[in-house]
Design a protein around this ligand. Sequence first.
Ligand SMILES: N[C@@H](CCC(=O)N[C@@H](CS)C(=O)NCC(=O)O)C(=O)O
Length: 214
Amino acid sequence: MLKLYGFSKVNTVARGHTRDLRVLWALEEMQLPFELVGLDHPAHDLSTETYRQLSPFEQIPSIDDDGLRLSESAAILLYLAKKSGRLVPADRAGEAQVTRWCFAAMNSVEPPLLGLMVHDWTAEGGGDKHREFLVGWIHRVLGNLERWLAGRTFVATEDFSVADILMAHVLLSGVKDEELITPYAAVTAYRDRCLARPAWKRTIEAYCARVEPA
Ligand SMILES: N[C@@H](CCC(=O)N[C@@H](CS)C(=O)NCC(=O)O)C(=O)O
């Protein structure tokens, strides 16, 4: 049985935004059976030698699929998509597009959003120039994504794919100030279209009922 390691308890600010939600959403879309192993972050459940065997950076999410151990949300989603034959096209060209947009979500869109989040947590009112740079970087990325999404329903292919789960989650949990994203009508509509899926609604409801705030 596939085991997914996710949070059972996490700090209030992160709760509802953690990256195990990407895997939970994918599993809900794919209707794959799994066992959830809940870890308590404040109790340091992630910082053990046993857990480091699954996740070298002591992070959530990770999976153990009958001995196949994997961390990194994008790698897990691509693995599950190929395993189930769902949320990824069967042809090589389509699969390449989905892979490309999984990397784009993780590597091109998430970094400036994460950078701003960390800045705002830590700057204590200083670092205006640094913040201005990060905001400019975000607008450049979102502006380019806006152009790409014009006339498209989903980001990688005509059908909803694991790349959309990653991208929509980044656009939801990475954007702490809605004003950053509202000028981008296509990006906002795309994110909201993905988040309107019944599988996401079931996923976030079950997560909120289960995961304790710390
Ligand atoms: N690149 C990793 C990042 C995973 C990550 O940042 N996980 C966070 C939760 S959303 C975590 O476990 N943080 C706990 C910690 O670093 O102590 C992925 O995409 O899976």
